[in-house]
Structure formats: C-alpha cells, structure tokens
Design a protein around this ligand. Structure first.
Ligand SMILES: [Zn+2]
Length: 464
C-alpha cells in the first residue's frame, strides 16, 4: 500500500451518467464498489468516495474548489514560446515552424460544427480516399444516442462492425495500451485551451512528455499553444475538427472531420500527425477503414471490461456530473488495475486539458501521485510507449523502413475492409522518401502499428 498522505471522503448528491463508461468498480446502479476502502456492502445510492494519494502538489487548487461552478482562474503564460522559422529539435528533419499569425480562420470551416463536405478540400480528400484502394465497409451511420439507440448495430458490435463503444471491440490496428508493464501512455484530449499552459508548465517542470489529441476548432483558437506542445517534444495527434461521434457521420463527413484537423495541425506546426483518437472512443470498422485510407492510426484507451475503463472521468468535473473525489477514486482504481499482477501490459489513460477543473486535478493530484508511485511508472507519449521514435508520430518524418505505411500492409483492417497495396492515397508522396516535408495532400507515409490488443475478459481479477 502507498502511504496515504492525503485522503478524503466526499458526499455527492448525484452520480451522473457518463457516455464513455465508468471505471471499475462502478459507482452507480450496481452499488458501492466491492473490495475497496469505500466498503463492499451493497448500497442503492452510493454517495461517498475514498482515495489515497502518495503525493500532491503543494500549490494545488484545493479539492473543494475544483467545482463545476468555480470562478474562472487566471490564465498563465506558456512555459516557452517559439518564433516562426525556428527549427524543431525534438524531431529530426522537420521543417521550420510556421508563422501562426498568418493563420486565417476564414480559410477553415466554422468552429465546433461538423464540416461541410462540398468544399474543394473535402472533395479532394474524398477522391484521395477512393484512390487509396481501401474498401470502406458498407455500414450505415448510427443514429445519435449510442448503443441503446442503435440496437441492431449494437447486436453486431462485436462482429463485423467491431464497434468499440458498445463492447470494447478492437481491431488489430487499434492502439489501446502500451506493451511494457508499468508504462503509461500519457494523453490529454480536446485542447488546446486557456488552461493548457498550466499543464505544459507542470509537465516541463517534471520533464514529462504527453500526447495531445487536438481538436481542430481549438487549434484555430490557440495555435501558439499547439506550437509549444510540438516544439517541447510532446506528440501531437488528431481528435477531429468538431468532436462528433464519428460512427454517426457519413463517410464524407468523417473524411472532412479528419482531413480538416490534419490540415490545420500541419498548417500550424508544419507536419501531419499519424495518429488520431475518435471522440468518445466511438469507432467501428467503417471509421477504421476511412482513417486507414487517410494514414491515421487509431488510439483509444485501455479497457479491461465495461466496468474497468482507464478513464478518470475528469471531463465531467466541469459540468458537475462528477466530483474531484470521485475522479481521484477512479484514479486509484486505475493505479490498482495497472499494477495488478494480472494485468500484463502498460496502459493508456483518458484525460483532458479543455477545462480548468481537469487541468487542476491532473497537475494538483493525479500527476504528483503518479510521480511518487512505487514501483515507478514510466510516463511518456503514446508513440514512445510503443517503443517508436517521436518522428513516427508525423507523416512526413516517419521512418518507412522500420515502420511501413498501413495502406501497403498485407493485413486488412477487419471485416469487409481490404487493403490493395496502393502506395498512397494521393499519389503526391511516395513510400521511399523520408523528407517530403513540403508535400501537400496525403502522401501515404503512415505507420503500420500492428500492436495487438490484450483484451482481458472477466472482472474478478480486478478486485484490488
Ligand atoms: Zn474528446
């Protein structure tokens, strides 16, 4: 057991539903968590949460102030900024940093709405996907509302469509964990935001690097924050333009969402991500095939069972659907599961940098506790936890000799999707070059990350 230098019991009135899935042991209709200090006795409406932390940040926002209605905190400057034209040093062979001041929002889609598909850009990307040779499975878009509102699709979720949302089904191309035990693929989603500089300052002070799944609509608003993330050696990855549930969109809309977010990131940092995370983890074989055709490898997060997802639920702090104490209890369960002798791999955890509350809980509590954890976690970006160089996080810098692009791989995504051996989706690049940094379009240099998921079934071993 870790020394408990901080512990708390908090009372909550409402345990809110969460569309991503709760952490095991679940708080909610199934009663109080079993086998924990919160007590194993059944309770119809659990109202308290307990946790212990090995360390906290002396300057942390008090837990009682991490509330949905907390006043906006003052924002802080980035730990570092980089002039246009600066040569990146965290990756090799990268082009000079673009001038973010030249970014013209009018040249991009409206913020936070699904992109229109009639633009010349999206029409070109649609053609590029056709040219890729990747067959898109004939799966109709889901209705909004997830699994309960899509009963036919949900019944097929573990079969041909492999819909992660309902069953946790993964394809062999999905990245859902890190191969090495006690290794943590650190990720933050939905930024950049006004509070991302606080997170970056903490990460810099503790020599930590993360993967940032950036939303295109936020990149437009905070391009210099994205530049600092990139230049300081964090991994930049795609998280769509407007954060929709991708399985509810048409093929053309999915292409537009991925295409515009790839484009704005390249316009801001000079290179194109090779990885993406579907919002809410909402991915099926149709989305996988489109992403593959666009040189994007999916990254979700670790899920041992429906009740044991590696999601702290920090996103719901802002709305008040959860509390800081509940999030920290979730974090304790994740730590316990990650260190269990029955859990053979490292892990990828879902966290967010969009709201101050999520950043406060990360910098004040979760990360300090993780850094004090014994045995120590190895905390690093997803690309690093896969034992790949940071260069492979970017299309133009990827080492094709050691990490061949997925479109030329012999394995299919799954189901009816197939690969043809095409050398690229746009024909403008080529698989032999590692220096096509000025190439526009989709040169087809993406990685083939065939990390095999270790999807553990059952829940009994999770009792901590
Ligand atoms: Zn998200």
């Amino acid at each position: 057991m870790k020394p408990a230098v901080l512990s708390s019991l908090a009372t909550v009135a409402v345990v809110g539903a969460h569309n991503i899935g709760p952490l095991y042991p679940r708080q909610g209709s199934s009663g109080a968590p079993a086998g924990t200090s919160a007590g194993s006795a059944a309770a119809a409406t659990p109202t308290s949460f307990s946790f212990s932390l090995a360390s906290t940040n002396p300057t942390a926002i008090p837990l009682g102030n991490i509330l949905s209605n907390a006043p906006s905190q003052p924002t802080h400057a980035l730990p570092s900024t980089f002039a246009p034209g600066t040569t990146p040093t965290a990756v090799s062979g990268a082009p000079a940093l673009p001038n973010a001041a030249l970014l013209a929002p009018s040249a991009y889609p409206s913020l936070d709405v699904v992109v229109p598909t009639g633009s010349p850009e999206v029409q070109q990307w649609i053609q590029d996907v056709k040219n890729s040779g990747v067959v898109i499975p004939n799966i109709a878009p889901n209705a909004p509302g997830g699994c309960p509102n899509n009963t036919v699709a949900a019944a097929d979720a573990d079969k041909s469509r492999c819909w992660w949302t309902c069953t946790g089904c993964v394809a062999d191309t999905d990245i859902v964990d890190c191969p090495d035990k006690l290794t943590w693929g650190l990720t933050y989603d939905d930024g950049p935001s006004l509070y991302t500089p606080d997170l970056l300052t903490f990460l810099a002070a503790n020599n930590l690097k993360s993967t940032f799944f950036a939303v295109g609509s936020r990149v437009i608003s905070f391009p210099t924050i994205l530049q600092t993330e990139y230049m300081e050696g964090h991994q930049i990855a795609v998280h769509t333009w407007s954060h929709p549930s991708l399985t509810t969109l048409t093929n053309e809309q999915i292409i537009g969402e991925l295409g515009w977010s790839k484009k704005v990131i390249k316009d801001v940092i000079g290179v194109t991500p090779t990885h993406f995370r579907p919002p809410f983890g909402d991915i099926d074989n149709r989305v996988r095939a489109i992403a593959k055709a666009m040189d994007l490898t999916p990254v979700i997060w670790t899920r041992i069972s429906e009740q044991a997802t590696f999601d702290t639920d920090d996103f719901d702090l802002h709305s008040g659907l959860t509390t800081a104490s509940h999030v920290l209890q979730n974090w304790n369960y994740i730590e316990g599961n990650a260190t269990s002798s029955n859990f053979p791999t490292g892990f990828i955890l879902l966290e967010h940098d969009l709201f101050q509350q999520s950043v406060d809980i990360a910098t004040g509590y979760i990360l300090p506790d993780a850094l004090a954890h014994q045995p120590p976690f190895k905390i690093e970006p997803v690309i690093s936890c896969l034992n790949q160089p940071l260069n492979n996080a970017y299309l133009e810098l990827n080492d094709n000799s050691t990490n061949p692009p997925p479109i030329s791989a012999t394995t299919v995504v799954t189901g009816s999707a197939s690969a043809t051996g095409s050398s690229g989706s746009g024909g403008s690049g080529g698989n032999g070059s590692n220096s096509a940094v000025s190439t526009v379009g989709f040169p087809g240099l993406g990685p083939a990350l065939a990390l095999t998921l270790t999807l553990l079934s059952g829940t009994t071993f999770l009792l901590l």
